[in-house]
Design a protein around this ligand. Structure first.
Ligand SMILES: N[C@H](CCC[C@H](N)C(=O)O)C(=O)O
Length: 283
C-alpha cells in the first residue's frame, strides 16, 4: 500500500504531512526514520500525521514525530502548516486541532501568514521537565563549552534557551547534542542560542531534540521570547530572526503565546510501499 503525502515547511523547517483521518496510521520508528531520511526517503525534520479525533472543537489530532522517530507534543511551524491546511479545507479563517500538549487555535494573519495560539508556557522545573528542583530562570547545573545557566521553558515540549553575545559564533554541531542529551533533561530538550538585538528583535539558532540543526523552530521561538521577557531583555512582543526567516512572537498579558509566520506547500507525492514498510525493501 502506498500513501499520499504533502511536503510543507515553515521557514525551511520541513515536514512530510499525511492525512490519516479516514484510516488509522501509526508508523513505527523505523518507518518514520526511513521517510525522514534525506537520501533514502523524502527527507523532513518532522513527520506529521493528521488523525481523526472526537475532541470537541477539534478538526483533527496532529501527531508529531521527529526525524529520529521520537514523538513530540509540540511543533510550532508544523502547527501553522496544519492550521492552514484545515482552513483551506473548510474555507474558514480559523481552525482548531488537538495535539498531545492540548488544543491549538490557528487563524489567518496578514500577508498570507498564520497565527497559532501556542497556549501558556510552563515554567516550573517539574513541567519542563528537569531532573531535580531548579530555578528555571537559570538552570545552574547545565553548562558546557563556555555556555551555562540557560532559561528552561516548556511550550508543550522542553526547551533550554542560552543568551549569547554572538549567535553566529556558537558551535551548534558540537554543543547542541551535548545539551540535547544533558542529564538535567530526563526527556532531552530543544536547545536555543539567542542574541538580543533590541527590545523587539532576537537572533536565534536552534538544535532540535530528535532532529538536530533546523532552519527554524516555532516552539523554540516561543520559548526564546518567554525566556527573554523573564530575564527582562525584551518587550512581550518581538521578532525572532532564524536561519530560515522571521517569526513574530507575543506573550500576552493573559499568558498566551501567539506565534505568527508563513507557511509553504512545496509539493505532494506518494510514499512507496518500501518506505511505508519502514525502509526494508522486500527481498
Ligand atoms: N520544529 C518544531 C519543534 C519540534 C520539536 C521537537 N524537536 C521536539 O520537541 O522534540 C517547531 O517548529 O516547534
Amino acid at each position: 500500500m502506498t500513501r499520499e503525502f504533502l511536503k510543507m515547511h515553515g521557514l525551511g523547517n520541513d515536514f512530510v504531512v499525511i492525512d490519516a483521518r479516514s484510516e488509522s496510521y501509526r508508523p513505527s520508528g523505523a518507518e518514520v526514520r526511513a521517510i525522514a531520511d534525506r537520501r533514502m526517503g523524502v527527507g523532513c525534520d518532522q513527520f506529521i500525521v493528521l488523525e481523526k479525533t472526537d475532541a470537541p472543537g477539534a478538526d483533527a489530532f496532529m501527531r508529531i514525530r521527529n526525524a529520529d522517530g521520537s514523538e513530540a507534543a509540540a511543533c510550532g511551524n508544523a502547527s501553522r502548516c496544519v492550521g492552514w491546511l484545515l482552513m483551506e479545507e473548510s474555507g474558514r479563517d480559523r481552525a482548531s486541532f488537538q495535539t498531545a500538549a492540548g488544543l491549538l487555535h490557528a487563524s489567518r494573519a496578514d500577508n498570507g501568514r498564520i497565527t497559532v495560539d501556542m497556549g501558556a508556557p510552563r515554567l516550573d522545573w517539574a513541567a519542563i521537565p528537569l531532573a531535580a528542583p531548579s530555578d528555571t530562570l537559570r538552570v545552574e547545573t547545565v553548562e558546557h563549552g563556555g555556555f551555562a545557566a540557560p532559561v528552561a521553558v516548556n511550550m508543550g515540549n522542553p526547551h533550554a534557551v542560552f543568551f549569547v553575545d554572538d549567535a553566529e559564533a556558537v558551535p551548534l554541531d558540537e554543543v547542541g547534542p551535548v545539551f540535547e542529551n544533558h542529564p538535567a533533561f530526563p526527556e532531552r530538550a530543544n536547545i536555543e542560542f539567542a542574541q538580543v538585538l533590541s527590545p523587539t528583535a532576537i537572533r536565534m539558532r536552534v538544535w532540535e531534540r530528535g532532529a538536530g540543526i533546523t532552519q527554524a523552530c516555532g516552539s523554540g521561538s516561543c520559548a526564546t521570547l518567554v525566556a527573554a521577557v523573564r530575564r527582562g531583555l525584551t518587550d512581550r512582543k518581538a521578532d525572532i530572526i532564524l536561519d530560515g526567516g522571521t517569526l513574530t512572537i507575543e506573550w500576552t498579558e493573559d499568558d498566551r503565546v501567539l506565534m505568527t509566520g508563513p507557511v509553504a506547500l512545496a509539493f505532494s507525492g506518494r510514499l512507496s510501499a518500501e518506505l511505508v514498510s519502514g525502509g526494508q525493501v522486500d527481498a
